[in-house]
Structure formats: structure tokens, C-alpha cells
Design a protein around this ligand. Structure first.
Ligand code: SF4
Length: 381
């Protein structure tokens, strides 16, 4: 006999896309139903489950209650501090704090968007998802965006009618981890979706009227598959024409299955930059916005619209590749340890002099820079 799960209070999952940092997080499922992608440590050893709809409704009611109260306390003055909630907070029990914290974070972030968690919310029954989305919209009619992660494999199995109904109910942006358009790479990393599935899913989202954000992972094919990874990914993106192409450079915390399974050789920063250049050079006929909003990316300033900003973006990469190895090293280290921001910075020469001193202090040279970078990046995985 199936046991009925007891409601244990407001829940939030561990991650959301970087662009959803200001969003209210509503947890619809727990963990990842696939959970096999080799590069992804997020939900490993955690069991997937679907939360009962009535529990999600309870979560929404809790946040709404706190959110209404915060708006009431704030009145016209939207600049209140947490301390202004003191009397209200003291009236609450400890188990109400997670929902209050979520409501407060959302309030100070502008209450514009809501992200439904975890890894693949579209796997639940379309009718349940529509119920949840409709309830979110009814509870927070002022929110402009409701978004979710989804797997291409899942979307490819949803009918056009259901997809349209889901979007109509309020889901207006979907984030997909495309990672690569190259079947060799997708199969190596156990993505559970091939290039055609990615294209089919991407087109379905757009046809249904939602915004589509495709995540791609420079460096994922290693040195050996770098070229095909860039070319096939560009080709898949050209066929989908997503609203957003988001870069998230490959990095791992511990050398994982990818390394032990065969002859995987990780791309260093220079190889990854060459790969991104090849990818952008091969994007054509699309109107996507390219975003580089992940902390693992060397050039977070690499942003723009296709096709008008293509040259501006490729110039950033070409400039880096034309530098002497020592100069490249200073730029890499400066960016990775937070001493340098954008390369479009008038104070860059001055800042590079400081980075040089720091490299001397840390004993970093152009010969050991890759090792240092790999260790630094692994801390952000
Ligand atoms: S589908 Fe997403 S969350 Fe699941 S294992 Fe793959 S990358 Fe991780």
C-alpha cells in the first residue's frame, strides 16, 4: 500500500540558474529523475520524488501570507529593513521561518520572477503542473515570469497541446541544459538526449510561446572532441534559435568518470576560448541573446545579441588569443581570483601590474597556471 507523505513544511531545493538569483523558489519535485550526467554532482545519491500538489499549494500559501504581511509593513516605503519585520517575526514559530526567509528574499529582490524547482519540473503530469502554475499566478499576479529547468528528453515527449497549455497557465521561460549539440559528447557525458532530441524539444518550447534558455558547456568534449563539440553545438543552436544561449564552462570538483573512463584531456582556458570562438563564429541565422553569467566563465563580459554583437564578442576572444602566454596568464589569474573585472576597463594596465605581483607571491607562472586555474575552478562546482 502506498504511504501518504506527510507535509513537513516549506521546502527549497539546492540550486537555480544564475539568472534566477532574484526569483522566489517553489519546489515542485525533489532532485533529478535522470541523475546520470557525468559532469553533474548536484543530486547524486539523492532520490527523485514528486511532491504532492497539496503540499506545493501549502508552500505557496505560506509564502503568500508572509509576502502580504511584508508588503503591508512596507506600505509605500519599499526600502524597509529586515529589522522592521521584528514584531512580525517574533509572532512566528521556527517552522515558519524558511517560508518567511523566502518571502523576504523575494521582496528585496523585486518580486518579479518565480522559479519552480528542482531539475525537471515538466516531468510531472501536465494537469498537475497547470494546477500549480495557475495557483502561483492567482497568488502572485504581479510576478512577470515563471520559469523552470527541464530536460529535452522530457519536453520531446510532451504533446504540443500540453506544452501550449502549460505555457498558457503561466510557465513563460524554460531553462534547458543542452550542454552540447555533438552526439559523441552527449553520449560520453550520459546526457540522455541526442542532438535531434534537443532540437525537437527546443523548437517545441518556442512553438508553445515560452522563452527558451539553452545552457551550453564549453570544454565538455575535452581536447579531443573540442572542435566537433563547438561545430555541432552551433548547428543545433542555429536550428533552435533560442531566446538565450548561456555559457557555463566545464569544470569538475574531483576527477570523475570522464577522466577514468578513457583518454579525456581537459581543455585549459586557452583551448576553451578557442572553442567558444569557433562556436560563435559558426552561429548564423539566429537572433539569440548570448549570456555568460556563470562564475566558471573566464569572460563574463562576453554578452550580446546575435547577429549584431557577433564581432564585439569574437573580438574579446581574439584579443585574448593574440596575447603572449605571460599576458594571458595575468588575465586568467586576475579574473579567476577576482582582481580583474571586465577586459573593457580603462584601468586594466594598472590592475594587471597588481596581478603580476600576486602571481609572483603565489609562485604562478605560465607553466603552472593551468593547474592553479583548475583548482580554483573546482571550488565553484
Ligand atoms: S539532467 Fe541536469 S540535474 Fe540531472 S544529472 Fe543531468 S545535468 Fe544534473
Amino acid at each position: 500500500m502506498k504511504t501518504i507523505e506527510k507535509y513537513k513544511g516549506f521546502e527549497q531545493g539546492p540550486i537555480r540558474p544564475p539568472s534566477e538569483a532574484s526569483s522566489l523558489l517553489i519546489r515542485v519535485t525533489r532532485n533529478c529523475p535522470w541523475n546520470k550526467c557525468i559532469f553533474c554532482p548536484v543530486y547524486k545519491k539523492k532520490k527523485f520524488s514528486v511532491r504532492p500538489v497539496e503540499h506545493i499549494i501549502k508552500d505557496i500559501n505560506s509564502v503568500k501570507k508572509h509576502s502580504d504581511e511584508i508588503f503591508h509593513i512596507a506600505g509605500e516605503d519599499k526600502n524597509i529593513n529586515r529589522i522592521d519585520l521584528q514584531n512580525y517575526v517574533q509572532s512566528l514559530s521556527n517552522d515558519q521561518m524558511p517560508a518567511l526567509n523566502a518571502a523576504w528574499h523575494w521582496f528585496i529582490s523585486g518580486t518579479k520572477s518565480i522559479f519552480i524547482q528542482d531539475a525537471n519540473s515538466l516531468i510531472i503530469k501536465a494537469s498537475d503542473l497547470i494546477t500549480i502554475l495557475s495557483y502561483i499566478k492567482k497568488s502572485f499576479p504581479f510576478a512577470k515570469r515563471i520559469t523552470s529547468y527541464a530536460r529535452s528528453h522530457t519536453i520531446a515527449r510532451i504533446s504540443d497541446e500540453d506544452m501550449k497549455a502549460i505555457v498558457k497557465a503561466g510557465l513563460n521561460r524554460i531553462h534547458i541544459g543542452l550542454e552540447s549539440g555533438a552526439d559523441e559528447v552527449l553520449s560520453m557525458i550520459k546526457k540522455g538526449a541526442d542532438k535531434n532530441t534537443h532540437i525537437k524539444a527546443g523548437k517545441r518550447v518556442i512553438k508553445a510561446g515560452a522563452e527558451l534558455s539553452e545552457y551550453i558547456m564549453p570544454g565538455l568534449g575535452g581536447v579531443k572532441l573540442s572542435k566537433i563539440h563547438a561545430l555541432e553545438t552551433a548547428d543545433a543552436l542555429n536550428k533552435i534559435n533560442p531566446h538565450f544561449i548561456r555559457l557555463r564552462t566545464f569544470a569538475v570538483r574531483n576527477k570523475n568518470e570522464l577522466y577514468t573512463a578513457g583518454d579525456f584531456e581537459k581543455c585549459n582556458d586557452v583551448a576553451a576560448v578557442k572553442e567558444i570562438l569557433l562556436l560563435i563564429q559558426n552561429l548564423s541565422g539566429i537572433t539569440s541573446s548570448i549570456k555568460s553569467d556563470h562564475i566558471l566563465n573566464l569572460f563574463q563580459e562576453l554578452e550580446g545579441y546575435m547577429p549584431e554583437d557577433k564581432e564585439k564578442m569574437t573580438d574579446i576572444l581574439k584579443n585574448f588569443l593574440s596575447m603572449e602566454p605571460k599576458e594571458q596568464m595575468l588575465l586568467q589569474i586576475g579574473k579567476r581570483i577576482g582582481m580583474l573585472g571586465s577586459v573593457i576597463d580603462t584601468n586594466l594596465p594598472l590592475k594587471l601590474a597588481d596581478v603580476k605581483k600576486e602571481c609572483e607571491r603565489l609562485g604562478i607562472t605560465e607553466h603552472n597556471v593551468d593547474q592553479f586555474i583548475e583548482e580554483a575552478m573546482s571550488r565553484f562546482v
